[in-house]
Design a protein around this ligand. Sequence first.
Ligand SMILES: Cc1ncc(COP(=O)(O)O)c(C=O)c1O
Length: 409
Amino acid sequence: MLERGRGGLSIDGLAVEELARRFGTPLYVYSAAAVTERLEALRSAFAAQAPLICYALKANSNRAIISLLAGRGAGADVVSGGELLRARAAGVPADRIVFSGVGKTGEELALGLKQGILAFNVESSEELEALEALARSSRQRAPVMIRLNPGVDAGTHPHVATALPASKFGVAAPQALRLLERAAASRWLRARGIQCHIGSQITDPRPYERAARAVARTMAALARRGIVLELVDLGGGFGVRYEKERELPLRRLASSFCALMPAGPRLILEPGRWLVADAGLLLARVLYRKSAGGRRLVIVDAAMNDLARPALYGARHPILPARPRRGPERRTDIVGPICESVDFLARARRLGPVERGDILAVLKAGAYGFSMSSQYNSRPRAAEVLVEGGRARLIRRRETLKDIVSPER
Ligand SMILES: Cc1ncc(COP(=O)(O)O)c(C=O)c1O
């Protein structure tokens, strides 16, 4: 993976300065080996349950990344028709795809039905009605999991908590029970399971355990009514270590799930970040330096449109110079060219001397980096490169100014 040697920073043996020179900046670089290692580590932690791992595409939806995971048996968790088509194009079999999201349109439901996906994660009674009507009119049974909101606080950033009582996601336990009974009684629906996803970047296993208990209670109530489910999907949200955080203890989580879940239904997990965050770097070039209010400012060519997480959640990504220079560290703000004060990659960070033209590497940028990027300020989106077997391959070309304006009429 990442190495700091005499030739500067390298990723899987390739110098990042050279990658920046060859492909330009800002540039996302991913290590294929790092992605597959994480998939195997997750499988090994949950070996006793042999879950179906449905990679949450939203973390990084480049086709090369999806097919890397699909080629090793992963399924997909998708949240839009676009993600569903991406998953299929990258080789994910339809019967390994779950479709989540509170606002699936009629076209998206129809697409999922036509493709023959494993299950729709249904999030409201009106969505269930819409799906049933569609299934009836196309004379095709729709596979359903109901998303349960267990009402637990995952102890994560409020913007990525999804199971608070007033959250827009899923339905509370009594309604989940009713909707599953309804699906089980319908000729056009197939009640396959319960799904639950309590948030993202969670590092404490206890909220998962509370959620798993709520899922188990609902399953027991259904079993008493003679409804036996085939699938139980406990979502994603597994937290990674960006800076000082603890990683979620996966082995403890696996044994808790084992103890809390009834034997029988197949376990599904929907990790996104955990699989890809560590595998990616964002490379930026230093444009200018100045100082303001006693602080050093380093202005680079990557901005909040390329990596939104610092501006959006106050996320702290480690940042390293590709080739460190000798000299004292100073408190530095690393900022982008966008005309917003919140456009920063790091604030008050200790950084050694840098010169114009130097390359900085923003680490752990593989998840919710490119996939959340935009063209704000009419900036073309960055290029993406995958390093695999000692070679770097362009997996998405840099956008051009023409790409920005061509859809306009
Ligand atoms: C339904 C669902 N599943 C899985 C995920 C993946 O979360 P993470 O990337 O934190 O694992 C998300 C993220 O928002 C989600 O909404």
